[in-house]
Design a protein around this ligand. Structure first.
Ligand SMILES: [Zn+2]
Length: 250
């Protein structure tokens, strides 16, 4: 049986000298593992489509649970990522995240588009840490863990002159006047604005917000902890991204 899917290569493993196994992220089937025979040969027609982060239309033959790449037509290239170690390491963290959180052979809602937008923002966005935060928070929401950022959970106020607090474990907001717990984070106004933008905007706008340095740092801590606590996972690629970033900006 021949099937055709648009997808992004999120992992690849060499098999022998010339062939590779690739993990393709698709909306229709989640993650598909496919073998790409001869993809490492210089004259191979599927060489670029089998590259990491290639976004292509794949024609696959399927027998039982095995997929083989017949042909592939590149749709968009993210190979600019490969020349920048910080960008590549952040993209690798995103890839490991979706690989861990996306089931195989199950339809997904707009995951390919979301992942493509995230890669595009890594390449062209203003700040890698903002892109990382937006990915972590929005992806948490896409996985069903959306925090309630509409208003204070107790009194319904959208904003409060004494401040708004985030309760990470309860995934909700509480205003200063209703605050009743200790483990609440007092949000900078810019942090709350950015979090609401990430959650409530359409996918292609959720990475787009302006933020000052102090709020970006707060946003980064909140979003990373929120994502890691919800997925209950540590990611080696996240540690690597932080190491690379520290080395280059120390
Ligand atoms: Zn309140």
């Amino acid at each position: 049986m021949i099937v055709t899917y648009d997808g992004i290569v999120i992992a690849r493993r060499d098999v022998g000298e010339n062939s590779v196994f690739i993990d393709i992220l698709t909306d229709e089937q989640g993650i598909i593992e496919a073998s790409a025979h001869g993809a490492n040969k210089l004259n191979s027609s599927i060489m670029s489509a089998a590259a990491l982060f290639s976004y292509s239309t794949f024609s696959l033959s399927k027998s039982r649970l095995r997929y083989t790449v017949n042909s592939a037509k590149p749709k968009f290239s993210f190979h600019g990522l490969g020349t920048d170690i910080e960008k590549l390491s952040l993209a690798s963290y995103f890839a490991q995240s979706v690989r861990y959180c996306t089931p195989s052979e199950q339809p997904q809602d707009s995951i390919v588009r979301f992942f493509a937008i995230a890669l595009y923002e890594i390449m062209h966005g203003r700040s890698l840490f903002s892109v990382k935060s937006a990915f972590e928070l929005r992806y948490s929401a896409e996985l069903g863990f959306s925090p309630n950022l509409i208003a204070c959970d107790n009194c319904g106020k959208y904003d409060c002159e004494n401040g708004m607090y985030f309760l990470p474990e309860k995934a909700k907001l509480i205003c200063a006047d209703c605050l009743y717990v200790d483990n609440a984070v007092k949000l900078l106004p810019e942090t709350l604005f950015a979090m609401r933008n990430v959650i409530f905007s359409p996918l292609d706008r959720c990475f787009k917000f302006n933020i000052n340095a102090a709020a970006e740092k707060q946003l980064s801590e909140i979003c990373e902890n929120y994502f890691l606590n919800r997925t209950e996972k540590s990611f080696s690629t996240l540690d690597y991204f932080k190491t690379v970033f520290r080395q280059n900006f120390a």
